[in-house]
Design a protein around this ligand. Structure first.
Ligand SMILES: [Zn+2]
Length: 297
């Protein structure tokens, strides 16, 4: 079964991860722009980061047979840094129309400050202008309140709710999201908030419609194979193939295809790998390594 990881930060991961994901059936992914752990101190570093998400990282994924899309935004945490806000918001329109940018995100709340409110609302406006969906990060602390406030902001903005994906849900927040028209994603982490078993229970209770799962793997303790692992447990515990495929493939494809930038028929075909290719003169291979070439004739 083909799978789609709709939230994973590959910039922080290795080529071993790409290989393991491809072998486990992950055929496509979305990499949201996020906080890099080390606070950035000037706008220029965002420009290079956005350029790498639409450029080098997309190429790197292709070298392992994985389609790479991204979402771009000023993340909620750095929305509190006055050195960054105006410059990054000014920069975004130049990148949002690039072909692999399928949403504005991750936007949302970290500490739920007034600054975060402003930057969140302004970026939802950018999404409307650029006719893109929105990916909303919900805070780790006080998640219920953060989710309620996010849903209220979405409603007030007037953006169509079916163009909004609320991420990092739990048992407490999922019913709130499903009561609106928004989609609901779940990050499956090792040893924390949401795991495979709890996710299976949620699907049994609420069904597969508008439900997504992701690994949210990044530079922290996380697992880039959580989507295939969750799919395997769903199957083992009696969910039918159609429900599993809806969650791990059709829903993310349908949500992000609202950007108008995903050729769904093309995406359904197996991707080609040609490691002889270069990106601005650079390869993922080191001297002496044999390129993998697997092209459709
Ligand atoms: Zn993230």
């Amino acid at each position: 079964m083909k799978m789609f990881d709709p939230h994973i930060h590959m910039t922080s991961r290795t080529t071993d991860d790409y290989q393991a994901m491809a072998a486990a059936g992950v055929a496509a992914l979305v990499e949201p722009a996020f906080w890099l752990g080390q606070p950035r101190t000037h706008v220029g570093t965002f420009e290079d980061y956005f350029a790498s998400l639409v450029g080098w990282e997309r190429f790197r994924a292709s070298q392992f047979g994985i389609r790479h899309y991204c979402t771009l935004a000023l993340n909620p945490k750095e929305a509190n840094d006055p050195r960054l806000v105006e410059g990054v918001l000014e920069l975004l329109p130049r990148y949002l129309d690039k072909e692999s940018v399928v949403a504005v995100g991750e936007v949302g709340y970290d500490d739920m400050t007034a600054e975060e409110d402003q930057v969140f609302a302004r970026q939802v406006e950018l999404a409307k202008t650029h006719q893109l969906p929105v990916l909303v990060h919900t805070p780790h602390r006080d998640k219920k309140k953060g989710t309620e406030r996010s849903l209220a902001l979405v409603k007030e903005s007037g953006i169509a709710e079916e163009r909004v994906l609320i991420d990092h849900n739990t048992e407490e927040t999922l019913p709130l999201v499903l009561a609106t028209g928004c989609w609901a994603a779940h990050s499956i982490y090792p040893h924390t908030k949401m795991d495979e078993q709890r996710m299976v229970a949620l699907v049994k209770r609420y069904g597969p419609e508008r439900i997504l799962v992701n690994s949210a793997a990044d530079w922290g303790v996380s697992d880039p194979l959580k989507v295939p692992k969750t799919a395997a447990l769903m199957r083992e515990q009696g969910l039918d193939e159609a429900a599993v495929a809806t969650i791990v493939w059709q829903n993310p494809v349908a949500f992000f295809a609202q950007s108008g930038k995903i050729d769904v028929a093309e995406l359904e075909r197996a991707s080609e790998v040609d490691q002889r290719q270069l990106f601005q003169g650079n390869s993922v291979l080191r001297g002496g390594q044999a390129p993998l070439v697997n092209r459709r004739s």
